[in-house]
Design a binder for this molecule. Structure first.
Ligand SMILES: CC(C)(COP(=O)(O)OP(=O)(O)OC[C@H]1O[C@@H](n2cnc3c(N)ncnc32)[C@H](O)[C@@H]1OP(=O)(O)O)[C@@H](O)C(=O)NCCC(=O)NCCS
Length: 149
């Protein structure tokens, strides 16, 4: 477990390879095109919504989010976290927490947002436990889906 200082900053185009490498470690598959598109999208959004964590002089985690005004029938403006990932050997050192804290802080300070939400697979225990530890709780929404024939 690493206990060096963690710097959180906005994503830059030059972070793409580092992020894609962490994602490949986590998911087990390379997705270079996905990350190309994803970073292009990030460049169109306010910088605080797309973050990386640096420690030991390298990128070891990332968080991507966005803000919804009334999507999914939600009355309040809501900041959504849709991707968070920390390189396995840097886990347990509050890198993920630092990313979420910065996102929450910026959402509150820059956009006066009072609610932050995420969607997760309840079977994905690490992500579930992480968000529960950070004070997130189960909301009233449920995901509905249908297979396209
Ligand atoms: C979930 C994840 C982001 C957590 O990152 P992390 O840097 O290890 O988490 P932190 O060290 O900041 O943990 C913050 C708190 O949550 C707790 N926590 C984190 N992961 C936990 C787990 N798996 N089980 C129980 N508690 C956990 C920590 O103990 C800590 O609590 P504390 O303050 O009481 O000590 C990381 O495990 C991860 O990247 N998982 C894979 C995510 C993924 O699949 N993303 C999609 C693909 S990109």
């Amino acid at each position: 477990m690493h206990r060096n200082s963690i710097d959180i900053r906005s994503v830059e185009a030059t972070d793409r390879e580092a992020i894609a490498r962490i994602d490949e470690i986590i998911t087990g598959r390379p997705r270079p095109e996905y990350w190309r598109t994803r970073l292009e999208m990030a460049a169109l959004r306010p910088p605080w919504m797309s973050l990386v964590a640096e420690t030991d002089g390298r990128v070891v985690g990332f968080l991507f989010g966005w803000v919804g005004e009334s999507e999914f029938g939600m009355a309040a403006k809501t900041a959504w976290i849709d991707l968070v990932g920390v390189e396995p050997r840097y886990r347990g050192a509050r890198v993920g927490q630092a990313l979420v804290d910065r996102f929450l802080q910026s959402a509150g300070e820059l956009r006066a947002i009072e609610k932050v939400a995420t969607l997760l697979d309840l079977d994905q225990a690490d992500v579930r436990e992480f968000f529960l530890h950070l004070g997130f709780h189960r909301g009233p929404m449920v995901q509905l889906e249908k297979t396209v024939q």
